[in-house]
Each structure stands twice: as structure tokens, then as C-alpha cells.
Design a protein around this ligand. Structure first.
Ligand SMILES: [Zn+2]
Length: 337
């Protein structure tokens, strides 16, 4: 990735000076033409005038000028995309190719605005901002909300990774620019809390009737009379006890959902289908704080009975799949809500 603290120019035919630091930089006229501000300046100046060789004075610090000259001479390209980990994964980028967030917010984007730098560069920078949505959701959401450069899609992308609002400290939350931007998040999170609660209440460990899970649907011949009475995959030995454990686990989880004590996004951990115990266990480690992941913790306590454990995994998998289909970004929220 380009270095934002130094700048040298080959084939220079122009000079600019940082007035506050009194440092002169070499530049190339054709590169500066990608900024509307420089274009207008050149249009107004007569290149044949006696002071054409004099540096152009700019009231930027030398570090601002270095960043500006870099943006114009060596425009950033989009960060490198990484292959998805799971079938549900959204776009991921190689962190080594992404411009650091503080640099983007406090230096690069302000310069792009001030010097009206070409669209192509702005579009590449937007992808750099998007690359931070997962790890710095609140800052990216706030910045994309106030920016005028068509960044609504980035705000939406970031909205899904924002933690329950009450969990932020005042110092963190005040980055949100206005009450409307804040209220949009309140609505999104309220919608998700209700939807997750309904999903959780609707998902039985031994599903019956319309609640049959996918494992049952893939193997319809298994739907005999005991299945219809006891529920699909029911273990005759531990049926009552396992149902009680499932209910206890989801009641505890419900409390945490309602108090905002759990991540509201759901990152499914199992490919769907098929799954294996080994894959399930290795992937669950990474998502222990989402709804399906929390219910999945129950499978460990059912390890002495393969039938109960299998039913639990199928139910958790179904829950993960349904969670994933719920609206989770602002742009997916129904308008009537
Ligand atoms: Zn059992």
C-alpha cells in the first residue's frame, strides 16, 4: 500500500509550497488536473507569465500536501477482496491493502472534498471505508451518514455490525451526527430484537407439524406416526429432559436479547447442509455470542446421547438459517415498520 508520509515526483514540471511549513514539493501538472480546484486555477493563470516557475502557495500543512499529492499522482485502487469463509459471508478485504480508518476520515476524505478530486478516486476510497464497516461500525456509519457522496449503502452495511446502542459509552455514541441517524438504529435494533425473539420461541428441538426442520424435509420417509406424535428426531429416552433443557436455554437467551446483552447480528457457523460435528465445533467457537451460537452451546451438554445431540444441531442450524434471512441492515428494514 502507498506510503502516506512521503512523496517524491518524477518528471516534475510544477512546484507547490506548504505555506505553514514552508516546504516545497515537486509535482506534475497533468496529475494535478484530476482536481477541479487545480484545473480552475490553471485556467485562470497564464502559463507564459514571468512567475510561472514560482511554486504555487497552498495553505495546507506538509503532511496534508503529501496526502493530496499522493491522491493525485498515485490514486488509491480498491482494496483486495478475500474469498468468503462461509456461504453467507459478505464481502471481506485483505486488511494489508486497506487505508487505515483515521487517515481516511481525518485526512483523505476531507482533501478529496476540498479539492474536488475525480469520481474514480472517490469510488475507490468508498470501498476502503466499506472495508472498515465490520470492525468500526459506529464510526463508519456516522461518517457515511453525514457525507454527501452517495454513501448511504455504506451506512447500511455498517448498521448490521453496530452493537446494541445501550452498550456504547457516551464518548463513543456521540459520534452519531444527529437524532434521525440515531433513531434509525433504534428502529433497526428494535425490529431485530422482536424478530429474533419470535424466531427463538418458534424453534423447537423436536419439531412437529409446520415446524419440521430441514433434516425432516430432506428425509420425508422418516415422518412416521411416532415422529408426528413426539416431534421429528425425538429421543424416546430423554425427550422430556432434553425439551426442558432447550426451553431453559432459550428463556435465558431471550432475557439477554431483550436487555441488549447479545450481538443482534447472526453469523451462521455451519454450511447448510451438510454439516459435520467437527466442522460445527470448530466454527461455533467464532460465533458464540449470536443467537444460534448461544443455543448451539447446548449441544455440548447433550454429548452423552447422539440422538438428542443430532436433534439439537439440526434445530440450531435451522435457527441460524432463519436468523440469517431476517433483515439486518437499514436498507432491508420494511418501510411500514
Ligand atoms: Zn437422548
Amino acid at each position: 500500500m502507498s506510503n502516506w508520509s512521503t512523496f517524491t515526483c518524477e518528471n516534475a514540471d510544477f512546484k507547490v509550497r506548504s505555506v505553514p511549513d514552508n516546504i516545497v514539493f515537486n509535482a506534475r501538472r497533468t496529475a494535478l488536473l484530476d482536481s477541479e480546484v487545480f484545473r480552475d486555477m490553471f485556467d485562470m493563470c497564464d502559463p507564459g507569465s514571468p512567475d510561472a516557475d514560482e511554486p504555487l502557495d497552498l495553505h495546507e500543512t506538509s503532511s496534508e500536501l503529501i496526502a493530496l499529492l499522493r491522491l493525485l499522482h498515485d490514486p488509491p485502487v480498491a482494496p483486495k477482496e478475500l474469498p468468503p469463509i462461509t456461504v453467507y459471508d459478505s464481502r471481506r478485504y485483505d486488511p494489508a491493502t486497506v487505508i487505515p480508518l483515521p487517515l481516511l476520515l481525518s485526512l483523505v476524505f476531507p482533501l478529496v472534498d476540498k479539492y474536488a478530486i475525480k469520481e474514480e478516486t472517490i469510488n475507490a476510497l468508498k470501498l476502503h471505508l466499506h472495508a472498515h464497516a465490520r470492525t468500526h461500525a459506529l464510526e463508519v456509519y456516522a461518517f457515511a451518514t453525514v457525507n454527501h457522496n452517495d454513501m448511504e449503502w455504506i451506512a447500511s452495511a455498517a448498521s448490521q455490525y453496530i452493537q446494541p446502542l445501550a452498550s456504547y459509552r457516551f464518548e463513543e455514541i456521540k459520534v452519531i451526527p444527529n437524532v434521525i441517524a440515531y433513531h434509525k438504529l433504534v428502529r433497526l435494533q428494535d425490529f431485530r430484537v422482536k424478530a429474533l425473539r419470535d424466531l427463538l420461541l418458534g424453534e423447537d428441538i423436536f419439531p412437529r407439524g409446520k415446524h419440521l426442520n430441514v433434516a425432516a424435509l430432506l428425509n420425508p420417509s422418516s415422518l412416521d406416526l411416532p415422529t408426528c406424535l413426539l416431534g421429528y428426531g425425538a429421543c424416546p429416552t430423554h425427550r422430556e429432559r432434553t425439551i426442558a433443557s432447550w426451553d431453559r436455554q432459550r428463556k435465558a437467551l431471550m432475557g439477554r436479547i431483550e436487555t441488549g446483552n447479545i450481538r443482534l447480528t447472526c453469523i451462521p457457523f455451519v454450511r447448510f447442509p451438510p454439516f459435520t460435528f467437527a466442522k460445527y465445533h470448530s466454527m461455533r467457537k467464532h460465533s458464540a455470542t449470536d443467537v444460534a451460537g448461544e443455543m448451539g452451546a447446548l449441544t455440548d451438554t447433550l454429548s452423552e446421547c447422539k440422538t438428542c445431540q443430532k436433534a439439537c444441531i439440526a434445530a440450531v442450524e435451522m435457527l441460524a438459517y432463519k436468523c440469517h434471512r431476517l433483515p439486518r441492515r437499514l436498507d432491508q428494514l420494511p418501510n411500514v415498520y
